[in-house]
Design a protein around this ligand. Structure first.
Ligand code: PGA
Length: 252
């Protein structure tokens, strides 16, 4: 049975103190009322060690939002997968459209990052999704398939067990425009079929595929009610504990 997941992606928000305050609030809320899904928070590097320690006995797992495509050495300013792992973080988000677009992360670079993340014992939340122009040209399936082929479909079946896919249509990220539950379900089912073609029906059935893009408490129940939508990757609405909790509650 695949996992239901609600994962936050704080992006470049929250100082260390603000992040600790938010994580503390969330930890207390979820200790009082157990979630019906796995809960992950993706944070900037600076929060990882503190939050991993703080949350180690809680239901919340911690994720990085990136890692380097090199193992170690003279790469000023970079943070390696081994360093992320050493903080106690369990996951890393890779392939986010903001990283692809603003930091020129190509499928090849992402493939290197995925390989290093897995080699260092991290689980990967791998993001894919089309732009508005691609959606208007009805290219969403081809784009998603190519992004999977470019960076993760070389993995072995054993490695694949540590992959979570996040489908995030770029036109829905931070725009307030959500894909309709039907639009999302259609492409999630397609993505699952692509996984089945490479890894088999059982592995595809066991793969969690999250939706991301203006997901909030008001639309999460409808999105999560679809058979191939296994949760969400949440940007804006993960920055306030009650908003994030509202999405987690969609699994109740
Ligand atoms: P959003 O971001 O929820 O603010 O649209 C989602 C994401 O980019 O992961």
């Amino acid at each position: 049975m695949r996992k239901k997941i609600v994962a936050g992606n704080w992006k470049m928000n929250k100082t260390l103190q603000e992040g600790v305050a938010l994580a503390t609030e969330l930890k207390n809320i979820l200790a009082a009322e157990k979630p019906n899904c796995e809960v992950i928070i993706g944070t900037p590097f600076i929060h990882l060690a503190t939050l991993s320690e703080m949350l180690k006995d809680s239901v919340i797992a911690v994720s990085a939002e990136n890692c380097a495509n090199k193992e170690s050495g003279a790469y000023t300013g970079e943070v390696s997968a081994a360093m992320v792992k050493s903080t106690g973080a369990e996951y890393v988000i890779l392939g986010h459209s903001e990283r692809r677009e603003y930091y020129n992360e190509t499928p090849e670079i992402l493939k290197e990052k995925v390989d290093l993340a897995l080699a260092n014992g991290l689980k990967v939340i791998f993001c894919i999704g089309e732009s508005l122009a691609q959606r208007e040209a009805n290219e969403q399936e081809a784009v998603c398939k190519a992004e999977l082929q470019g960076s993760v479909f070389h993995l072995t079946a054993e490695q694949w067990k540590n992959i979570v896919i996040a489908y995030e249509p770029i036109w829905a990220i931070g725009t307030g425009k959500t894909a309709t539950a039907e639009q999302a379900e259609e492409i999630h089912a397609f993505i699952r079929k692509c996984v089945a073609d490479v890894y088999g029906a059982q592995a595809a059935d066991d793969t969690s595929i999250l939706y991301g893009g203006s997901c909030k408490a008001s639309n999460a129940p409808e999105l999560f009610s679809k058979p191939d939508i296994d949760g969400g990757l949440i940007g804006g609405a993960s920055l306030k504990a009650p908003d994030f909790k509202g999405i987690i509650d969609a699994w109740k």
